[in-house]
Ligand binder design. Structure first.
Ligand code: G3P
Length: 218
């Protein structure tokens, strides 16, 4: 499973990249605003900073909601850097735009996916990735992981190239369950990625090994 980081925070992106396990980055307008990145040019500059850190797909989201606007914005974003993936909302105008991008060889991430039907439409249009939002479904008492499994089952029936990019991941168990289901990618906050490394027996075992080494060297 590929690991993407879901943030616009450059320090977090650098830290995850330095671990050597990072495959890409996803952003959205809310994550940009959280970092105080506002205004079109500042946002575009920020994508370039992210692309300079990570050599992998970087999702950059369009703001337009009409076909022509999505195509115009997406083509401009894709022309900025070879690693930019155009993030398009799961609306019918977005589906039309994804089909257009797919015929032009522009990679897309269909975002705000909350049902298997939406995932099916996006795959038919040729989306490179679809982003089902796990945590936001859990927040309203629907199982985000059940949706990932359902989409995986649907995609397994057909030769779609679309990758399942589990998004709105909130904690390490989400990541582990996504890996069990066979999601292609999980995009996660840095905290959830780092939490995968933690185990109390690792901590106590290492303390014992170091203490025993120190005894033998006194
Ligand atoms: O990748 C989508 C993600 O940013 C949404 O996460 O935590 O706002 O639901 P969250």
């Amino acid at each position: 499973m590929k690991f993407f980081i879901d943030t616009a925070n450059l320090d977090d992106i650098r830290e995850a990249n330095d671990l050597g396990i990072l495959d890409g980055v996803t952003t959205n307008p809310s994550l940009m605003a959280k970092e105080g990145i506002t205004g079109e040019q500042n946002i575009l500059d920020h994508y370039m900073k992210i692309c300079a850190i990570v050599d992998g797909p970087v999702s950059a989201e369009v703001i337009s909601t009409d076909y022509e606007g999505i195509v115009r914005e997406g083509e401009a974003l894709a022309s900025m850097h070879k690693n930019i993936v155009v993030k398009v909302p799961m609306i019918l105008e977005g589906i039309k735009a994804i089909k257009h991008f797919s015929t032009k060889g522009i990679k897309t991430n269909c975002t705000l996916v909350f049902s298997a039907g939406q995932a099916l439409l996006a795959a038919k249009a040729g989306a490179t990735y679809i982003s089902p939002f796990l945590g936001r479904l859990d927040d309203i008492s629907f199982s985000g992981l059940d949706l990932i499994a359902q989409i995986k089952g649907v995609y397994n029936n057909y030769p779609f190239d679309t990758e399942i990019l589990a998004a709105s991941v909130r904690h390490p168990m989400h990541i582990i369950h996504c890996a069990e289901i066979g999601a292609d990618v999980a995009t996660c906050p840095l905290k959830a990625i780092k939490a995968l490394a933690n185990h109390p027996l690792t901590t106590s075992g290492l303390e014992t090994f170091l203490a025993d080494y120190a005894k033998g060297n006194n």
